[in-house]
Design a protein around this ligand. Structure first.
Ligand SMILES: [Zn+2]
Length: 358
């Protein structure tokens, strides 16, 4: 009981702190190659919270650590951006932690309704209970059936706005029917259902893109969207967007196939507009050096969750491969004093009503 009282006091103090939060806080946790993003905003009575994706690292589950450290007790939305391992590897553990520690989740939102593993989970016909993606969908369905949270499928139609408070709105920009069709064409259903694949590349088509905005500024989170999605957004939802971009995520950890110069050149930005790479050790050479160069040359302020300026050797299947664990255009942090430790590790941005960083 004493423990219970203590927790309540802690959580109250935390909430008082956040009632002073002027507008929006976006945190890209450093989870190596993958995403764990935390979003907070002020609600009349408490702190609003979104957990977008949850990736495990060798250090454990950073999202759960964050919930513990900050005594979070209410989560408005847990969102799975798309069913790829580097975005969901810690999700089952996160849901179980929240449910068994009375952390209330209102909604779980996801984009994988057409994923074969999801369909098989619902039909309870899967023999592949060992695969991580099956476990994930099994966990989601089990919690939903136990009424631990409501479930929503992100499929963007004409009305994809969620009002967060009087000034702030969240809009889902993707996937639409266009992306869902691309995914279904890409999966070659039979081959996929019979194999134990963790990461089907076509699942990037299911990536949700999110805009959080006021009447004059916005934050853009792109997950692993492909460049075709950016091109679609530039021609549709974001075509005449006169709002100032404050923080954006370079899609798919800075991959070239998820980058489009025209899209980014048409964003209205200010001198301190940030571009964030959520990236870690990988064999794909993310982020792509041309992508980084584009943002550098076009005066975006570059932030990254990984270390800048280190080359690292890792061993994969006994063969030693050199992988980039840094933003390739910088040779060493000491030669680039503007890239101090503030520019890598957890990346946190607090934005006030006027769109200024605080
Ligand atoms: Zn990814």
């Amino acid at each position: 009981m004493i423990h219970g009282k203590g927790s309540k006091l802690r959580s109250k103090r935390h909430q008082l702190k956040y009632l002073n939060l002027k507008m929006l806080e976006v945190k890209f946790l450093n989870v190596n190659q993958g995403d764990s993003i935390i979003i907070h905003w002020s609600k009349p009575d408490r702190l609003g919270t979104i957990l977008l994706d949850c990736n495990l690292t060798i250090n454990g589950n950073e999202t759960i650590n964050y919930i513990k450290d900050n005594s979070i007790t209410e989560i408005d939305y847990v969102i799975l951006s798309h069913p790829h391992h580097d975005h969901y590897s810690g999700m089952v553990e996160l849901l179980d932690y929240c449910i068994s520690n009375s952390v209330n989740i209102k909604y779980f939102l996801y984009t994988g309704s057409s994923q074969p593993e999801m369909i098989r989970t619902i039909s309870r016909a899967s023999p592949k209970a060992s695969s991580d993606i099956y476990k994930l969908f099994h966990s989601i369905i089990t919690h939903y059936n136990a009424k631990h949270f409501d479930l929503g499928i992100i499929s963007v139609g004409p009305n994809s706005d969620v009002k967060l408070n009087d000034d702030l709105t969240l809009t889902f920009l993707s996937p639409t029917f266009f992306e869902e069709q691309k995914f279904i064409k890409g999966i070659k259903l039979n081959a996929y259902v019979d194999s134990d694949v963790k990461n089907h590349p076509a699942a990037n088509w299911l990536s949700t893109a999110i805009k959080i905005h006021t009447s004059n500024w916005y934050v853009l989170l792109t997950s692993d969207c492909l460049k075709e999605t950016l091109i679609r957004l530039d021609k549709t939802t974001l075509r005449d967007c006169e709002k100032s971009l404050r923080v954006a995520q370079s899609a798919h950890h800075g991959a070239q196939s998820s980058h489009n110069n025209t899209f980014w050149s048409k964003r209205k930005k200010l001198e301190d507009t940030k571009i964030v790479f959520s990236v870690g050790d990988n064999i794909y050479r993310h982020p792509n050096s041309d992508v980084v160069k584009y943002f550098e040359e076009n005066s975006f302020k570059i932030h990254s969750t990984n270390n800048i300026g280190t080359l690292k050797q890792i061993s994969i299947n006994k063969a030693v491969k050199v992988v980039m664990s840094h933003i390739e255009t910088f040779s060493a942090p000491s030669q680039h004093p503007k890239y101090s430790s503030d520019y890598y590790g957890h990346q946190e941005f607090k934005i006030d009503t006027n769109g200024s960083f605080v």
